[in-house]
Ligand binder design. Structure first.
Ligand SMILES: C[S@@+](CC[C@H](N)C(=O)[O-])C[C@H]1O[C@@H](n2cnc3c(N)ncnc32)[C@H](O)[C@@H]1O
Length: 281
């Protein structure tokens, strides 16, 4: 096993985000388990409305690391900007996002493949730049924030979102107790690069931080079958061959070794709103 954190290992990005169905399975299992915490796209929309000086006259909204485009579509519907552009490194996810957008004709949203370290937009072009749950894939997150600074229009806002370092630690405990990976609780957090404890500092290198909000999100998985849908795609663990990526086999193993009962786990979600240094560029 290499020492590289799986979320920072370029070789594992393809595996993690190479198929839209894989990300959808993981996200859907997590969202079905959610018992508290506001929907993140709604919270971002609320922060934009509260902190942008002209929230009803927005031009370009950039959604970095947009994945399957869920947030980009929500921003286009809720904020009514001139255009939303979702950018992601994974071609399969961009293709999937485009197909979703086609089912909503007339919505001013488009998707492009690209790297958030080199934003394919002119300087000063974007009223809003969102980076939700993606900066922790960068070994150089300050470089991404510097690019966000370059992309922001005068009066523009950046909204950045990440998770706490010890998010889902109850899953680590269960994986260790089940003997699936005895060292599950010792692995480095997947969010080591950008997490609730350092997001504001990372952003403050280039931008003025206006708001920092922390919100605890809780999740209760019904039992082994539900949990395995999420765990099977978690790159944090060293699972036995045949279990990684195979929710059915993982659930069967869990049923053999532990009583089937609900698992409650938590994640701290942190939002930072920032603007270009000095308020106006
Ligand atoms: C966990 S998903 C987050 C999706 C979405 N923002 C959300 O809130 O649900 C992380 C996304 O970041 C993307 N990503 C990782 N590294 C990237 C990079 N260098 N440039 C652009 N996107 C990247 C991945 O392809 C993946 O779709």
């Amino acid at each position: 096993m290499s020492g590289t954190n799986p979320f920072l290992d370029p070789g594992r990005q393809t595996e993690l985000y190479g198929h839209a169905s894989r990300l959808a399975g993981r996200s859907n299992a997590l969202m079905r388990a959610k018992t508290s915490g506001r929907p993140v796209p709604d919270t971002i929309v609320g922060l934009v409305r509260n902190h942008h000086e002209r929230p009803d006259g927005l031009g370009l909204v950039l959604d970095l690391g947009c994945g399957r485009g869920t947030s980009s579509l929500a921003f286009a519907q809720a904020l009514g900007p001139r255009r939303v552009v979702g950018l992601d490194a994974a071609p399969a996810l961009i293709e999937h996002a485009r197909q979703r957008a086609q089912r909503l004709p007339g919505l001013p949203v488009s998707f492009m493949q690209g790297d958030f370290h080199r934003l394919p937009v002119p300087a000063g072009s974007s009223d809003i730049v969102v980076a939700a749950f993606c900066l922790y894939h960068s070994p150089r997150p300050q470089a991404v924030v510097a690019e966000i600074d370059r992309a922001l229009a005068p009066g523009g806002l950046a909204v950045l979102v990440t998770k706490g370092l010890d998010s889902y630690r109850e899953m680590d405990q269960l994986v260790a107790a089940a003997g699936l990976d005895r060292r599950a609780e010792q692995h480095e957090s997947l969010y080591i690069s950008v997490h609730s404890g350092n997001l504001a500092d990372v952003v403050a290198v280039s931008l003025d931080v206006l708001v920092v909000e922390h919100e605890e999100h809780s999740f209760t998985f019904d039992g082994h079958d539900h949990l395995a849908e999420y765990l099977a795609t978690n790159p944090k663990y060293n699972l036995a061959p045949g279990l990684y990526g195979n929710a059915g086999a993982l659930a069967a193993t869990l049923h053999e070794v532990l009583p089937d009962r609900p698992l409650t786990t938590k994640s701290l979600v942190t939002f930072v709103v920032a603007q270009a240094r000095g308020g106006q560029q």
